[in-house]
Design a protein around this ligand. Structure first.
Ligand code: AMP
Length: 209
């Protein structure tokens, strides 16, 4: 299945995308993860993207479209994929149409204040990219990754001020995509409050609909 996960920062896209990818045995393609890897390695793309990411703005369309097109051409994406964090603008959605078919768009939604709480409590593993939350999904040992034992960190762009900018950016540029995919009869809305397992079940149910 070729699935897009839409939703504001803090809705739990990444966490659910990892589970869904495992369950459906397809790759999890997160443009945020790919960009952060490029930033860490100081590639040309990483250096170009870094100031946008750090301030909660969107990286320019042409850079992200080219990067995603390349990733979708890799062999493993032939059997399907979970696209997490792309498209984020109408220009990206239009470009995606030329790249591949999409089967379903899952739209995770939540109250705006919950989004801030969710994002600011997130902790990530800088080594294996596992994602935790101090309240809803804590690691077994405080501040340490369950999977690889590295010290967890807060993402630079999960500071409250940047989170608020990311939410505004989402509302202005990405939310219109809900209507875009609704008109194509691809959109499935899923309420993203509650336990991780519960939300995952709602997503599976939405895919069966
Ligand atoms: P994410 O991990 O999906 O929250 O993405 C983190 C940051 O990477 C975003 O705030 C943007 O700065 C950048 N980013 C990720 N995906 C995209 C995209 N499709 N278009 C533009 N910028 C993106």
């Amino acid at each position: 299945m070729r699935i897009i996960l839409l939703g504001p920062p803090g809705a739990g896209k990444g966490t659910q995308a990892v589970r869904l990818a495992e369950k459906l045995a397809v790759p999890h393609i997160s443009t945020g993860d790919i960009l952060r890897r490029n930033v860490a390695k100081k590639t040309k793309l990483g250096l170009q993207a870094q100031p946008y990411i750090a301030t909660g703005k969107l990286v320019p369309d042409d850079l992200v479209i080219e990067m995603t097109a390349k990733r979708l051409k890799e062999n493993d994406a032939r059997k399907g994929f979970i696209l997490d964090g792309f498209p984020r603008t109408l220009a990206q959605a239009n470009a995606l149409e030329d790249l591949t078919e999409i089967d379903v768009v899952v739209n995770l939604f939540l109250d705006p204040e919950d989004l801030v709480k969710r994002s600011t409590g997130r902790q990530v593993c800088p080594n294996c990219e596992a994602v935790y939350h101090v309240l809803t999904n804590p690691p077994r040992k405080t501040g340490v990754c369950d999977k690889c034992g590295s010290d967890l960190v807060q993402r630079e762009d999960d500071k409250e001020e940047v989170v608020r900018t990311r939410i505004t950016t989402y509302e202005q540029l990405t939310e219109p995509l809900c209507m875009y995919y609704k008109e194509k009869a691809l959109l499935r809305d899923v309420y993203a409050s509650g336990h991780i397992e519960e939300i995952f079940e709602r997503i599976l149910e939405a895919l069966r609909r």
